[in-house]
Ligand binder design. Structure first.
Ligand code: GDP
Length: 460
């Protein structure tokens, strides 16, 4: 895709299939000219003459024949999503109707938009920086209440604002250093040494703080990957089903990261969870048994958190110990299931679990399930709920750029401490500024932009 915003693009902006309305969106210098000839109102109103952001009622016509009764709206540049002239036609939501209206706009000279091209234009025209463009995508794909809040904050410019503040500090230092290069007789860096170090140390601390948020940002956005493991018959499938029933919405089924696991995505009171399921494995022969352990190992490897399910009404078997040995102590919860069939609060072998945190529950009756959910939520945020309100890094691209910025600022600090020349310090600072600029998309290469926006949906 060429990063050129001169042509006029069109796409269906609503999901495919039948719905209440189907929206065809057109953006570009000829947006009004493309739609005007297709659109008739009862009176003399035209799209050309219509005030911006006013809905007009009328009909879309094909060869003089009425095709669909619609509402049409013009949003004039620069007060639109793309900052170009945008026309939206709100049709009756049928797949064929919206497709036909789209085809009519293409016949009139619009070009079919690439995925994400409307948002790309918003970015190229300076309406959104890259973090906010990515937030649009995240918002559309949000799988949980928390994910939604993180994206909304990013869309409001939390991360953008933080990065801009950091860039200002680095730019201030860079200006001082370049003054030192221009006036070598005055030792500018030496004279401003304290201010420079204080600012750069502040930047270092804040970038570190951002990087600390990256892992939790990813979890909030993508969801916590939770593996349910255990020997056959302990109740893994029952637990999975019980959790699915509790969740507010099963949003999507995602194929597991390995071919022999399933993933289900759900929202547990705001926390997005991807359950990696190894259930349904019935070990009857030696070979399959070994395979079962291999699957368990793979599920554990791809998980953030492991739920090791044990049967509290039965003795602890060698297979249970095998599973527990595979589970990482820092990220495992022992789920003592079948509590309804236990005589006490703990099974007799509870001592063998050592310091592993555990929850006793019954997947069958649902008793103890809320405690499990609460535990998982607590584990996911580790009491950093306020994080929701902060600037956080939400994807690998941002994280890598922030790591580059951190390395550059640290190099500049080391160069200053070593008494290096201004030229050298200036190079580090320029690298740091570039890396920070990358986060907001100011210094990002075209092919990278293309890759980022290609992941958007059509019409967005
Ligand atoms: P999996 O092989 O680990 O997936 O185990 P299942 O979920 O298929 O459960 C094995 C058996 O244990 C089934 O007969 C379940 O009905 C039963 N079961 C699972 N959870 C409980 C529970 O909490 N209490 C009782 N009494 N039975 C359970």
């Amino acid at each position: 895709m060429k990063l050129n915003a001169e042509d006029t693009i069109a796409a269906i902006a609503t999901p495919p299939g039948a719905g209440g309305v189907g929206i065809v969106r057109v953006s570009g210098p000829r947006a009004v000219a493309v739609v005007q000839p297709l659109f008739r109102t009862k009176g003399k109103q035209t799209l050309e003459g219509a005030p911006s952001h006013h809905m007009l009622y009328g009909w879309i016509e094909r060869d003089g024949e009425p095709l669909d009764e619609v509402l049409a709206v013009v949003m004039r540049a620069p007060h639109s999503y793309t900052r170009q002239d945008v026309v939206e036609v709100h049709c009756h939501g049928g797949a064929l109707v919206t497709r036909t209206v789209l085809e009519l706009t293409l016949e009139r000279g619009a070009r079919l938009a690439h995925p994400g091209e409307f948002t790309l234009r918003a970015f190229l025209n300076g309406r959104l920086d890259l973090t906010r463009a990515e937030a649009v995508q995240d918002l559309v794909g949000a799988r949980s209440g928390w994910g939604l809040r993180v994206s909304a904050n990013q869309l409001r410019g939390r991360l953008y604002g933080e990065i801009q503040a950091l860039r200002e500090d680095v730019a201030h230092v860079a200006a001082l250093v370049s003054a030192g290069i221009d006036f070598p007789e005055e030792d500018v860096v030496f004279a401003h040494r304290e201010d420079i170090q204080r600012r750069l140390q502040g930047v270092e601390r804040r970038v570190r703080g951002l990087l600390d948020t990256a892992e939790r940002g990813r979890r909030m956005r993508e969801g916590l990957a939770v593996a349910i493991v255990g020997r056959p018959n302990v109740g893994k499938s029952s637990l999975l089903n019980a959790l699915l029933r509790e969740s507010r919405a099963i949003v999507t089924d995602i194929p597991g990261t390995t071919r022999d696991t399933l993933e289900e995505s759900l929202d547990l009171g705001g926390l997005a969870v991807r359950l990696i399921d190894t259930a349904g494995i019935r070990d009857t022969t030696d070979k399959i048994e070994r395979e079962g352990i291999a699957r368990t190992r793979r599920a554990i490897e791809s998980a953030d958190l492991v739920l090791a399910v044990l049967d509290g009404s039965a003795p602890l078997l060698p297979e249970d110990r095998q599973v527990l040995a595979l589970a990482p102590a820092a990220a495992t919860l022992a789920v003592v299931n079948k509590r309804d069939r236990m005589s006490g609060a703990e099974p007799p072998w509870a001592g063998e679990l050592g310091p592993l945190p555990r929850v006793a529950l019954s997947a069958l009756t649902g008793e103890g399930l809320p405690a499990l959910e609460e535990w998982m939520r607590g584990w996911a945020v580790q009491d950093e709920r306020p994080l929701l309100e902060h600037a956080i890094l939400t994807n690998l691209r941002q994280t890598q750029a922030a790591q580059g910025a951190l390395a550059a600022v640290q190099a500049a600090l080391a160069a200053i401490a070593d008494g290096q020349g201004e030229e050298l310090i200036a190079v580090d600072l320029a690298r740091g500024l570039d890396a920070l600029g990358d986060i907001v998309g100011e210094t990002t290469a075209d092919d990278l932009l293309n890759r980022i926006f290609a992941e958007f949906c059509i019409g967005k």
